[in-house]
Design a protein. Sequence first.
Length: 320
Amino acid sequence: MGDLRDTVLDVEVDDTRSAPLPDVWSPTSVNTFIKCPLAYWWQYAQGWRTAPTAALEAGSLVHGVLEELMDLVPAERTKERAREIYAERASELALTLDPRVDAEDLRSRAGTAMTSYFELEDPQLVEVLPDGLERSVSAQLDGVAIAGSVDRLEFSVGGARVVDYKTGGAKPRYAEAYWRQLMLYAGMLDETGMDVSEVGLMYLGQPARLMVRPTPESALTRASRDLTTAADSRAEFVATHRWEARTGPLCSYCPFRTACPARSQRQVPTPGSDASHDALGRLPELVWRPRQKEGSGSADSGVSGSEVSGSGVTGSEGSD
């Protein structure tokens, strides 16, 4: 797990409000844990989520438009049809849009992403695999359960290609996590018998970029090892009620930074305590949506924005 980090602090937490953690990981939750286990705990055990933003809503809108467009027969995948789908979905979104979201910013981001998409490829030339759009996939990788949803599966030279849309621009600080996410998808599909020869990141910000990598066994093994290491570490943290806070460049984007013992310039309450909970509740960028305590559930999917955005709650400037 090669993410840059400056220090690691062992933090005792109050689990009074914590729900059992999900039995099944997702690629997004693996990345959240690797960046900072304490932020993962705040999100998945305590139930804190990122409040709706223009970036997150634009990401969901664009993903939906592209899914519907690519589900058409190739000859119908035109810019004109894309505009129609976009207008229909944008109108529906406007009816339920959270008032905290800047609608003009949302339109600007989504419009840029759609323009970028048509700069990168001609959708009429893409050969989508059967059931290749937003395909749910799950597997056991080295004994650890993981599940997620793949944006697009298409035919490629030598096998299949997994494509993930990122509605933001290409940011080097997130690259390692993005490639890990795609290798985990490839590993899951490999377990189902599909030969995935390539993975691709389609950045729909400006400048628009399509980046493709092969899937050598070494890369799949490394991603699987990251998953098992995260699972083993999480079990230890749960048992001891002590979670690592990992500081580094991405802390500047973490909504928990003012309540984090590793980042705050002053003494802060114990994470999970009434005082800490109340402090987080006053932050406009967070909402509290606790998981049910009756059971741990089936998947680590409680992420603002959803698995397709890949954004999680920490170290993110918006939907991907």
